[in-house]
Ligand binder design. Structure first.
Ligand SMILES: C[S@@+](CC[C@H](N)C(=O)[O-])C[C@H]1O[C@@H](n2cnc3c(N)ncnc32)[C@H](O)[C@@H]1O
Length: 281
């Protein structure tokens, strides 16, 4: 099983990263706020009053606020995914601990299949779905999103929430076009390098090194989408909206040391945080 899901040394090292970073407090302590576990970043202004008030509860206020911004990011993705109903099937490509999948089911009632190359995450996410009583509607699989094994044309919507930097975009969108039905929606939130400022900046290279990923240039998304019959309907530059999240994270007890690289990359303009919504034709 392992050999077919993880086909390359790169995929094995990405899977090892997500299998072994399971106790990272930046993910666990935020998830504990309301039992929705995310492995992505946040959008929107933070409430500055969380920095005021009693010192002994300051850390917890910041953590709750970071979590609120991460859930706001997932809500924004879902805003672009619908309309969906209870009969629709959707795919979460690179589903992490399952937070966005659970939110999609809560909002639309749709059936969700999430795939991740981390066996640990798949087990964690399935436990979450079972605990919420939606294990029959929200399922997580130890599978590669380049080979989801889902039936052709079975999906009304597919999303990737900060996962595309781990794969070849042409291979990914070929698979998504296969599983999406005509007129189905694909939504992506991702960081991407700015072609206008040139090849990868130092700060973007630091992010790649930190997460064992390979951030694509902005142009690569639109080329790969067009090559695979995915036609953009909305492109939202979320760069300015995500900067407050990173500023708050630098002041938090769960900072990991990568915050400055993100802030530098966004502020110098070598990196964007983008939402792309596209329809399959
Ligand atoms: C930054 S996390 C995002 C998790 C989730 N989308 C979220 O928003 O919480 C990246 C995820 O991509 C997954 N991933 C990376 N490469 C993958 C691949 N080829 N197939 C499936 N999942 C993959 C990792 O296992 C991890 O769950």
């Amino acid at each position: 099983m392992t050999t077919t899901v993880l086909r390359t040394d790169f995929e094995r090292s990405v899977a090892a990263y997500w299998n072994t970073n399971q106790q990272d407090p930046v993910n666990l302590r935020l998830g504990e706020v309301d039992d929705l576990y995310h492995h992505h970043y946040g959008v929107g202004p933070y409430d500055p009053t969380v920095l005021e008030g009693p010192a002994d509860t300051r850390d917890q206020r910041i953590i709750a606020e970071l979590h609120r911004l991460e859930s706001a990011q997932a809500d924004l993705l879902l805003d672009h995914l619908g309309p969906l109903g209870g009969d629709d099937l959707v795919l979460d490509g690179g589903s992490g601990r399952g937070g966005t999948s659970i939110m999609a089911n809560q909002r639309f009632g749709c059936e969700v299949d999430g795939v991740s190359i981390s066996e640990y995450q798949v087990g964690f996410a399935n436990d979450q779905a079972a605990r919420r009583g939606v294990g029959d509607r929200v399922r997580f699989h130890f599978r590669n999103m380049l080979d989801t094994q889902l039936p052709p044309g079975s999906r009304q919507a597919v999303w990737t929430n900060e996962t595309t930097m781990y794969v070849d975009l042409g291979d990914l969108y070929r698979e998504f076009t296969r599983v999406l039905r005509f007129g189905g929606r694909y939504v992506c939130i991702t960081g991407c390098a700015n072609d206008v400022t040139g090849l990868r900046s130092k700060s973007v290279s630091k992010i790649n090194e930190h997460y064992t990923c390979d951030i694509h240039p902005r142009s690569a998304y639109f080329t790969a989408l067009a090559d695979n019959g995915l036609v953009p309907i909305n492109v939202v530059d979320l760069t300015a909206a995500t900067i407050p999240y990173w500023q708050l994270r630098t002041m938090s007890p769960v900072a990991t040391g990568i915050e400055e690289a993100f802030l530098t990359a966004y502020q110098e303009g070598s990196f964007h945080y983008l939402l792309i919504a596209a329809d399959r034709i």
